[in-house]
Design a protein around this ligand. Structure first.
Ligand code: PNS
Length: 159
């Protein structure tokens, strides 16, 4: 039984995240999508809302579950018997920081990180850019799942 974790902020989940989650679910027995609850970082959606959106968009993937976490991802891995962290790598620009985190997590806790190359269709995609583009009226319908688009539009209209 190999259980892996896909950690992130997911504010909100994009098609790029979903692509990695789905591909990880094809490879491993169980995938936990772990949403970082970080009160010091301002987010558009609360951690509970981000979890709810992830549950909605991953509902057809039976071996995926969604959870929140605080603190270190390696502690979450230990507590949940997780074998490895799975991360998507979009471009060289992701590489330095991701490699640093992976090495820190291995050095300090022996937790492995596996990198998956992002589908080139989503190589440019980030939650921050989606929010910025959408906040100025840009069309992001091809970049996030329909349920997310609806909640994003509502939230940005409220702001
Ligand atoms: O979607 P993000 O914001 O790029 O995700 C980053 C995340 C949540 C995966 C990373 O910041 C993380 O693992 N944070 C938990 C705290 C932690 O373990 N920090 C030490 C990393 S070496």
């Amino acid at each position: 039984m190999i259980r892996v974790v896909c950690p992130g902020s997911f504010d909100p989940v994009t098609n790029g995240h979903l692509d990695i989650i789905g591909r990880a679910a094809n490879l491993y027995d169980q995938v936990i999508v772990a949403v970082l609850r970080n009160p010091s970082k301002s987010s558009l959606f609360t951690a509970d809302e981000r979890v709810e959106l992830l549950r909605e968009v991953s509902k057809d993937l039976p071996n995926v579950r969604v959870a929140k976490f605080n603190g270190l991802i390696v502690d979450f891995c230990r507590a949940n018997d997780v074998s490895a962290i799975v991360k998507g790598l979009r471009a060289v620009s992701d590489f330095d920081y991701e490699m640093q985190m992976a090495q820190m997590n291995y050095n300090q806790a022996g937790v492995e990180t596996l990198f998956m190359t992002t589908n080139p269709l989503y190589a440019f995609l980030s939650s921050s850019l989606v929010k910025e583009f959408a906040s100025y009226g840009g069309d992001v319908s091809g970049l996030v799942p329909p349920g997310v688009l609806e909640k994003l539009t509502t939230r940005l209209n409220e702001a």
